[in-house]
Design a binder for this molecule. Structure first.
Ligand code: NAD
Ligand code: TYD
Length: 351
């Protein structure tokens, strides 16, 4: 049995990752440390509460004493760091929390990890990062593991900074660290402030669909389960100090993606009550400041070394994602009306 300390496991990717480890594998025990920020949703893993291989701890990755205690008590074999502020628009309007959590929080974990390893414990540290650290592409080309870092948003800069620290801890202290840089994820449990769930949620309610600029920015979309399978492979099988790009080979302009979502919802539900197709909800709004034009990943290295390839193309993944949001409208409603953390507060705040 391997013990995995997951940080940020109540968020979108972390909760999918924990579910995958505990449902599809029989040899993992998971400790989930999460600060339950606005992006942390206890409902995402409610079904695992009675699982003896799952243990939730409420806390901040910036709390050194707490991390030291967890490492000493739980003796993890692997730490997987998902905990982060993750939304580019929020990083533009208020970067401070991104510096605190993404940079200082990762540094604090690395220091605790260094001390844990120097006490003779064998452990690896996987930093879950983003392709946004590489900056923006023009019409041609792909990010590889050797593309120089050139982050543009405060979010991307904070993730790049954390990646540099992780890499330096391997180089300097010979610690067993790993970094993955992944493209845009989508799928179940994504907070509806990111493009795909925001558009689904607004389109269901007949609200306007705000597309930034001319809508021609391109993202490379990866179904979240494909990402989680790649992470499990990397943490299990990669050589110490490795970095891997993870991507979907699924590039699309934002406007095309939003139209696809609208058409799919019309097919399933019929048009809006006033008979308009949902594409008529699309509203072009002012562009994001410093908006990166295009991201695209070359994922050859992880294919070659670890035999990983995405299994879900965008058309199939989008249908599965729309299915999930249609089947989980109560989840969506609770997030939108703010009641999604109520159950958590009732359970934990009185302790
Ligand atoms: P998310 O915003 O959905 O979840 C983040 C989680 O971290 C939340 O549960 C939150 O409560 C927790 N958290 C925040 N600050 C914390 C702190 N100080 N201490 C402990 N927990 C804290 O994010 P996500 O989309 O699931 O992304 C997870 C990771 O993957 C992030 O590091 C992000 O940079 C990276 N990533 C995301 C994408 C994407 O498309 N979403 C793509 C590539 C990489
Ligand atoms: P987002 O989901 O925020 O991911 P990221 O900025 O990390 O790539 O945005 C994806 C793309 O969609 C990005 O080009 C910005 C654009 N976008 C909109 O056009 N409208 C929106 O309301 C949002 C949230 C994003």
């Amino acid at each position: 049995m391997k013990t995995v300390l997951v940080t940020g496991g109540l968020g979108f990717i972390g909760s999918n990752f924990i579910r995958l480890l505990l449902k599809d594998f029989s040899d993992y025990k998971v400790i989930n440390l999460d600060a339950v920020t606005y992006a942390g949703n206890p409902e995402n893993l409610k079904e695992l509460e009675s699982d003896i291989h799952y243990h939730f701890v409420h806390g901040d990755i910036g709390n050194r004493q707490l991390i030291d205690t967890l490492l000493a008590q739980e003796k993890p074999d692997i730490i997987v760091n998902f905990a982060a502020e993750s939304h580019v628009d929020r990083s533009i309007s208020g970067p401070a929390a991104f510096i605190e959590t993404n940079i200082v929080g990762t540094f604090t974990q690395l220091e605790a990890f260094r001390s844990y390893c120097s006490a003779g414990n064998r452990c690896r540290f996987l930093q879950v990062s983003t392709d946004e650290v590489y900056g923006s592409l023009g019409a041609e080309g792909y990010f590889t593991e050797t593309t120089p870092y050139s982050p543009n948003s405060p979010y991307a800069a904070s993730k790049a900074s954390a990646d540099h620290l992780v890499r330096a801890y391997h180089h300097t202290y010979k610690l067993d660290t790993l970094i993955t840089n992944c493209s845009n994820n989508y799928g179940p449990y994504q907070f509806p402030e990111k493009l795909i769930p925001l558009m689904i949620s607004n389109a269901l309610e007949g609200r306007s669909l705000p597309v930034y600029g001319d809508g021609k920015n391109v993202r490379d979309w990866l179904y979240v389960e494909d990402h989680c399978r790649a992470l499990e492979l990397v943490m299990r099988a990669a050589d110490p100090g490795q970095t891997y790009n993870i991507g979907g080979h699924n590039e699309m302009e934002n406007i095309a993606l939003v139209r696809l979502l609208c058409n799919s919802l019309d097919r399933r539900l019929g048009p809006l009550p006033d008979q308009r197709p949902r594409t008529e909800l699309i509203t072009f709004v002012g562009d994001r400041q410093g908006h990166d034009q295009r991201y695209a990943i070359d994922a050859e290295k992880i294919k070659h070394d670890l035999n990983w390839e995405p299994q879900t193309n965008l058309a199939k993944g989008m249908e599965m994602t729309i299915d999930w949001y249609l089947d989980n409208q109560e989840w969506l409603k609770q997030v939108r009306d703010g009641s999604y953390q109520k159950y958590y507060h009732e359970m934990y705040d009185q302790r």
